[in-house]
Design a protein around this ligand. Structure first.
Ligand code: FAD
Ligand code: N01
Length: 531
């Protein structure tokens, strides 16, 4: 193979994970190359350009901490910054750390094949490139393979068909148009209020209602920003001790230990603060059905107070426990259903029969649209990795290895797939944490691991089978003590993708995960096999 196609490390993906992996691993003196399917950096923030797209973790936290200069010089304009600003930040990071020269854009990795004799991986891209590398870093994203639902006739629709996860790069103007939105997860909930303001009419097709807490987004409080920046390191350190590595003030009290009036006072205070910290209102909301029911009751009352039509309000009230699906964070979502141009269709009751040339046909009639928006989410956590044909030792494919659900060690390394790493893979805190914090922790761990190998002249590393089995058991045992596995049809267990094995994928608890990683390193990388 031509020398110019031989690398020490190839990184797949140039979102926040791939960018940081490139920055960090280059520092080890390794020759690193990144392949990215999109035409720019930013990953999630490159693809999800739908109206209203923004983060739901405070921007002072949802940003890199590896460079103090970077975190001091960058100023966020809002409490929860919008997609354009986050993408601008990603581009700034790419320029500042000279990342672009090692990234090949518009290139999708299709195959990765491990050769046992050479202990190297060979790969192929959709641009016809062939490459050879010792290490593969999968920075392919937990939420990057968008899910197009299998609805009959979708390809027949003659109007504008859009997906929130693959939004056009040119502005979409809904002014004067009749629009349909299928899906009421975070993407639907963020975009619906804005589409409703522009469109002449909007019909929302809801299969399962979701809980949403108001964001109370606002321009960045400059005094607060300055205070954080004066002590950024300490701020980050404190946040990393929180369960999701997100700054909250968890209430240690049980929701069941106080009177309803006291409980409502706490819920009301957190509702007014807004965002994800609502889930930390009491200590047992995530583990006790009775405690959870008190939060459900509070939010139901809020929805009924915000939505004028009692029938519509009832349809919008989720009947599951709160928090077993990702909590949504909105700006004016429930209020949008008071608008005269907005209509809510319960498709559990009146299923979509098909999409026609002019709109959507349900059991109660036809809806005609100029534009149809699919806010139908992602094949989460495993979708992007398994879209690549990965063959490990003995030519076993990863798709076969994970047929019954993903198995790995620390969410990072897979037995039988040496020298291949998954950044924020299933089995790590990933989507149940501030993801930029989780990304940095994983890349730092990997960097130390490769340094250890360089120092000890090791060429090959993989998880032992026992370590992997124990890890998967641990991830499941932790999840089973919570309400995440209480029968909710969440993407955390793959329930949104027909035929996907029902396995709870993320590790719950960032601080305990970090402790486990430290303990494993200090025990000479227990569970890792080197040769
Ligand atoms: P991604 O950003 O998904 O990047 C992966 C990249 O890999 C993509 O650019 C993709 O094109 C590329 N890729 C995939 N497969 C291939 C291939 N075979 N070949 C070449 N390239 C490939 N998390 C939070 O913590 N807080 C938030 O507020 C938050 N908000 C979000 C809002 C939205 C709309 C979405 C969808 C997700 C949000 N997330 C949030 C999660 C978000 O995905 C992560 O925070 C983070 O951006 C993930 O970075 P990443 O680099 O791991 O993956
Ligand atoms: O996707 P989702 P998303 N017919 O899977 C429905 C992050 N994020 O893009 O619940 C009809 O949550 C589906 O219905 P059901 C965040 O982590 C963050 O909204 O499966 N409907 C559901 O209503 C989030 O959790 C932000 O019954 C179908 C919706 O489509 C994750 O990304 C913003 C259907 C999909 O909801 C994914 O969010 C955006 C079908 N065949 C995203 N298939 C922030 O706010 C699916 N649906 C930071």
């Amino acid at each position: 193979m031509d020398k110019k196609n031989k690398f020490d490390v190839i990184v797949v993906g140039a979102g926040f994970a791939g960018m940081y992996a490139l920055y960090k691993l280059r520092k080890l003196g390794l020759q690193v190359k990144v392949y990215e399917a999109g035409s720019g950096v930013g990953g999630t923030w490159f693809w999800n350009r739908y109206p209203g797209a923004r983060c739901d973790v405070n921007s002072l936290e949802y940003s890199y901490q590896f460079s103090d200069e970077l975190q001091q010089e960058w100023n966020w304009s809002e409490r929860y910054s919008g997609q354009p600003e986050i993408l601008e930040y990603a581009n700034h990071v790419a320029d500042r750390f000279e990342l672009i020269k090692d990234i090949q854009f518009n290139t999708r990795v299709l195959e990765l094949d491990y050769n046992e004799n050479t202990n190297r991986w060979s790969g192929k891209t959709d641009q016809g490139d062939r490459f050879d590398t010792q290490f593969c870093v999968m920075a392919t994203g937990c939420l990057s393979k968008h899910n197009v639902p299998d609805i009959e006739g979708l390809d027949r629709f003659q109007g504008e068909l859009l997906h929130t996860g693959k939004w056009p790069h040119t502005p979409v103007d809904f002014k004067g148009k009749s629009v349909g939105v299928i899906g009421t997860g975070s993407s639907g909930i963020q975009s619906i209020p804005i589409i409703a303001e522009q469109a002449s009419s909007l019909t929302v097709f809801q299969r399962t209602p979701n809980f949403s807490i108001p964001a109370h987004n606002a321009p960045m409080d400059k005094n607060h920003e300055a205070a954080v920046k004066r002590n950024y390191r300490e701020f980050r350190k404190e946040n990393a001790l929180q369960r999701a590595a997100i700054r909250m003030t968890p209430n240690p009290e049980s929701a069941l230990a106080v009177s309803q009036i006291e409980r409502d006072t706490v819920f009301e205070k957190n509702w007014l603060k807004g965002g994800l910290p609502f889930s930390a209102s009491f200590s047992d909301i995530g583990v006790s059905l009775d405690a959870n029911a008190t939060a459900v009751d509070f939010v139901h009352r809020k929805i009924k107070g915000l939505v004028d039509d009692p029938e519509v309000a009832e349809k919008l009230c989720p009947k599951t426990v709160i928090g077993c699906k990702r909590l949504c964070v909105d700006t004016g979502y429930y209020e949008t259903f008071n608008r005269a141009n907005v209509n809510l269709v319960d498709i559990k009751k009146h299923p979509i029969k098909c999409v026609t040339e002019s709109g959507v046909s349900t059991s109660t009639g036809d809806h005609k649209f100029d534009a149809l928006v699919l806010a139908t989410g992602f094949d989460a956590m495993t979708g992007a990795i398994l879209s690549i044909d990965i063959k490990g030792q003995g030519k076993q494919t990863l798709a076969t290895r994970w047929e019954a659900g993903p198995k790995n060690y620390l969410g990072l390394t897979i037995n039988g797939f040496p020298n291949l790493f998954t950044i924020t893979g299933p089995g790590s805190p990933s989507v149940l944490s501030n993801m930029i914090v989780a990304i940095e922790q994983h890349v730092d761990f990997l960097s130390e691991l490769l340094k250890f190998m360089q120092k000890n002249a090791k060429e090959k590393v993989e998880a032992s089978l026992n370590a992997e089995d124990d890890w998967v058991d641990l991830v499941n045992n932790i999840a089973d003590q919570t309400l995440y596995t209480s029968g909710c049809n969440s993407w955390y267990i793959g329930a949104n993708i027909p035929g996907k094995p029902a396995v709870f994928m993320p590790y719950i608890g960032f601080p305990t995960y970090v402790e486990k990683c430290k303990e494993i390193v200090s025990d000479n990388y227990r569970g890792f096999e080197f040769s």
